[in-house]
Write a protein that binds this ligand. Sequence first.
Ligand code: NAD
Length: 251
Amino acid sequence: MMTLEEFAGKIRESCENVVFTGAGISTESGIPDFRSPGGIWTRYRPVTYQEFVASEAARIEAWKRRLETHEAHKNAKPNIGHYFVQSLDAKGKLIGLITQNVDGLHNLAGLPDEKSVELHGSNRKIVCLNCGKSFDPDPIIKNLVGDFSSPKCNACGGILKSATISFGQAMPQEAMRQAQEWTVRAHVFVVMGSSLQVQPAASFPVLAKRNGALLAIINREATPLDEYADFVHQGAIGEFCQRFSALIADG
Ligand code: NAD
């Protein structure tokens, strides 16, 4: 296993770096992850895509959840982890960022859209499942008061849904293709804040490693791929990025 200094040396030398992030990079912005104690999974069961399409009751359940978290998500600001990824790009050291997050915080930190792939979509948009028209979430969510029925498209009457990928929904093809292309090009592949338990997303670090990349994992708890990695840091991302940024500053 590599030391922190050795890993910093690799990042200093390499411009072919890919970062892969999960919910753990956004907890320090006040957005809870799914699997930590108190995380969303411990309180709710997921509404699948098939249930959402088939049942008004399921849609209302999904919108009620969205109502609970909307303000926190809307007001969340990027943290040092998001700015760290942006700074790699600013130094010309980032092929691209692949994220499982739907919160849009990497882009708010200044990472250009063409440098990021959101594998699970974005909750900063709402889309019509029938005609594809997209909407700003705010005015739609403001209308969900009292005994509401699920929102419909003002153009075609179709069902509206957050532009996120639900369980049971196909992964977005172009995002998957782009993520795979970046992954096989990576010389260094850095995972930050993912439990690496969700497929197919968790297959990217394996693909990177198989193609000869150095694999680094920064996460508060152990992941199933730690044994496979060249560098593992078990701890908070904010603290890590602060130290690490200083180590690579002269690169
Ligand atoms: P996860 O909840 O499965 O795992 C998050 C991991 O991050 C955990 O292992 C946890 O120990 C670690 N972690 C939490 N805070 C940390 C910190 N400050 N520093 C270091 N590590 C920290 O999340 P996942 O792997 O992204 O997969 C869950 C799914 O949930 C994804 O599909 C994602 O789309 C979705 N999700 C997204 C958001 C978001 O957009 N912010 C939030 C919750 C869930």
